[in-house]
Design a protein around this ligand. Structure first.
Ligand code: CP3
Length: 344
């Protein structure tokens, strides 16, 4: 099944001398060609919902760098929008949504079966990409994890400590859990449709998993990820899943076994030597160069890249950053990272 694609081979457990490489947010504002297409689209959401343009920006980093994987261009907040939340982006600030803190607001959401009305352009983007990508490039679909998506739906925006979501969890756990349940069900449908359209791997982004501790981490990060992974594998046997419980710390240990994901993506707050010993023992890992190196470059970038490749060399590994590349990054530093990984 894995064929000759390097990324699929790593996900199947193969140890490779040169790991496959791709980069979170590889289609983004650090690239002049992205900024040009984004301008043509008008705003960010129009770019997400215009299949030709979304496919174009997905392909740009593949043409420029020859990454081993392309990630569908979309956003984790399209799911709340498909469930009926208002969504808009404020330039320089980030996303804004209508909030869900009361039962009546939850009840006004649309049923899961309605999401495809909004999300069908995304599936068309996937179909275009599966035709146009080079034969050796793997296509990754994605969605946000229920906890992370819920933090935006509850607060109506990004929050430094996810305070409003934690508050709802304390004050009205029934409503909080009903919301997570709705997002979980929608995510299974959404990722399933991406797989049917041609996504070869899916990744679940739990960007705020690190603010869940102890039992709450198990209940609201591990459990929904397990439910989604199991639901997808039942419908699409063999589909590889990457989980990203960002800043989970000790929560990374055993995460693959507990959820059934094929690969755990690591942020750069854990050392690669520690993660090789405690996480990679269970299978493939992805990561974990600090994205700040894409801004600063130089010998430190080269040294840290080599250190990560070496630390993970005894098991299956996909090279990546620990989080998304930022707009201030220098495209030449990305090339330096790739050349270092590929030994050129
Ligand atoms: O990785 C990729 O290249 C694929 C596309 C992708 C985007 N967002 C495009 C995007 C993916 C996988 C995401 C995931 C996403 N979106 C996450 C989880 C990963 C993470 O970064 O923690 C989250 C939390 C979001 C929500 C979101 N979208 C925020 C908070 C913002 C604003 C912050 C920012 O960087 O501007 C976005 C906007 C966004 N999503 C941009 C891109 C390229 C920038 C929009 C622009 O072009 O102006």
């Amino acid at each position: 099944m894995a064929g000759t694609k390097k990324l699929l081979r790593a996900l199947a457990g193969e140890v490779q001398e040169v790991p496959p490489i791709w980069m979170m947010r590889q289609a983004g504002r650090y690239l002049p060609e992205y900024r040009a297409t984004r301008e043509q689209a008008g705003d960010f959401l129009s770019l997400c919902y215009t299949p030709d343009l979304a496919a174009e920006v997905t392909l740009q980093p593949i043409r420029r760098y020859g990454f081993d994987a392309a990630i569908l261009f979309a956003d984790i907040l399209l799911v709340p929008q498909a469930l009926g939340a208002d969504l808009w982006f404020v330039t320089g600030e980030g996303p804004r949504l209508s909030t869900i803190t009361r039962q009546a607001e939850f009840e006004a959401l649309k049923p899961v079966s309605d999401i495809h009305d909004t999300l069908s352009p995304v599936y068309e983007t996937v179909r275009i990409l599966s035709r146009e990508l080079p034969a050796e490039t793997t296509l990754i679909g994605f969605a946000g994890a229920p906890w992370t998506v819920a933090t935006y739906m509850i607060a109506g925006r990004g929050t430094p400590d996810q305070g409003p979501a934690h508050a709802l969890r304390q004050e009205n756990v029934a409503l909080f859990e009903a919301l997570l349940g709705r997002i979980t069900a929608a995510t299974i449908e959404y990722l399933s449709a991406q797989i049917e359209a041609g996504a070869e791997v899916v990744k679940i982004f739990d960007s705020w998993a690190g603010s869940l501790k102890g039992d709450a981490f198990v209940k609201y990060a591990v459990e929904p990820c397990r439910e989604i992974t199991q639901g997808l594998k039942q419908r699409h046997p063999g589909i590889p899943v990457i989980g990203f419980p960002r800043e989970a710390g000790d929560g990374y240990v055993g995460f693959a076994k507990a959820t059934g994901v094929d690969c755990v993506a690591l942020d750069n707050s854990v050392s690669p030597e520690w993660a090789a010993e405690h996480v990679q023992v269970d299978g493939c890992v992805q990561g974990n160069l600090a994205s700040s190196h894409m801004v600063t470059g130089g010998q430190a970038l080269v040294d840290e890249t080599r250190r990560i490749v070496r630390a993970f060399s005894k098991g299956p590994h996909i090279f990546n950053l620990g989080h998304g590349i930022t707009p201030e990054a220098d495209p030449e530093n990305v090339q330096l990272m790739i050349d270092t990984v590929r030994g050129r």
